[in-house]
Write a protein that binds this ligand. Sequence first.
Ligand code: NAG
Ligand code: NAG
Ligand code: NAG
Length: 352
Amino acid sequence: MTRSTGLVQLMILNIIIACLILKGASGFSFASVAHVVMNWTRGLTCYFQECCGGKWISSNLTALQVDLNRNIHGQELAIHLVMTALKSHQERSKKPLVMVFHGGVGTGKNYVADFIAKHMFHAGLSSEFLHKWLGYRHFLGSDENATEFKRKVQTWVYDALQRCDKQLFIIDEVDAIGDGVLDGLTPYMDFHEDIDGVSAIRSVFLFLTNAGSEDLIQIAEKNWESGHVRSNLKYHDFREALEVAAFNQEGGLKLSRVVKKALIDYHIPFIPLEKKHVKHCIEDEFQRRRINYSHEDVETILKRIGIIPSRSARFAQIGCKRVAIEVDIYLNEIEHEHDHDHGPEDILKDEL
Ligand SMILES: *[C@@H]1O[C@H](CO)[C@@H](O)[C@H](O)[C@H]1NC(C)=O
Ligand SMILES: *[C@@H]1O[C@H](CO)[C@@H](O)[C@H](O)[C@H]1NC(C)=O
Ligand SMILES: *[C@@H]1O[C@H](CO)[C@@H](O)[C@H](O)[C@H]1NC(C)=O
C-alpha cells in the first residue's frame, strides 16, 4: 500500500465514522462534530505527510553527535562548536541560529551541514523544511541582478516561514554570491518575534564559504611549527581572522549587513585535513561499499590524491573531496585486471 492510497482510505473511513456519529448523536451540534473531524483528519494527514509539528520536527541531537563523531575526521573543534550552538539554540532561542562554516575544499563543511539536516527533521534530507541554495547555481549573474536576487531570496525565506517557523537554510558557495544579495535576509536573522506574521526564531541559517581558508592553513601551520598538536587549537585562535575574512573577502558576506549587524553567532573553522584524516575517509569509503581492503589499497589511493601539488606538504590540498571518485576508479581498475587474468578459453566461454 502506498502512502497516498493509505491516506485516501483512511480519509474515507474517517468520513464514514463522522457520518455515523452525526446520525447517532443528535444532541451534538454540527459545528462541534465538524471541528472534531477536522482535527482528526489533520492528525491523520500529519501521520503520513510532513507537518510543522509532532514527530516531524523533533531534532535528535544525540544521534547527530554520534553520526558526526563517526563520519567526520579531523574536525573535532568544528563538531564541538556546532553541537554547542545547536543545543543552546534548541534550549533557549531568542534569535535564529546563524553559523558560517569556513574551510577549504573537502574539509567536511557540506557533510556536516547534511548531517544537521538529517537529524533536524524526521524526514531528514527530503524534508520540505530544508532549503539548500548554491551560489553558482541560484545566484549566478552580474551586479545588475543583485537587487532581483535579494528580493528572490527574501521571498523564498518568507514563503518557507509561512509554512513552518522551524526551517534549515543552507547557503553554499557563499563566495559566489554578489554584494548585497544576502542583506535581504537580515530581518529574518535578527531578534524579531514577528515579521509580517512570520517568525524565524526557531530556524537555522548555515553559510558555507571558502573565505578564510588561507587563514586557517596559516594558523594550523603555525600551531604545528611551534610543536603543538591539532587539538591545541581553540575557537579564539580563529575567530577574529574568520570574522575579518568574511567581511573583507569576495562573496556574499563582503561588507554585508549580516556581518555589520553582528547577526552571525558562530564562525566555525574547518581546519585543513592531514594525511591521516584522508586515510580515514578512504577506509570509510571501502567500508561503506562493504569491500575488504588492504593497507596497500589505502596507500595507493592516498598517493593518487596527494599528487595534486600543495603549498603545504602537511595538509591535504583537497581534503577528502575526491576520495569517493578515486576509490571508484581504483576498484574499476582491479576489476579489469581480473578480467585480463582470464585465459582465452574463459573469454570464449563467456561469449558462448
Ligand atoms: C536519538 O538517537 C539516539 C542515538 O541514535 C537514540 O538512542 C535515541 O533513542 C533517539 N531519541 C529519540 C527521541 O528518538
Ligand atoms: C540578470 O539581469 C539581466 C538584465 O536585467 C537579465 O536579462 C537576466 O535574465 C538576469 N539574470 C538572471 C539569472 O536573473
Ligand atoms: C572479507 O573478509 C572476511 C573475513 O576475512 C571474509 O569472511 C569475507 O568473505 C570477505 N569478503 C569479501 C567480499 O571478500
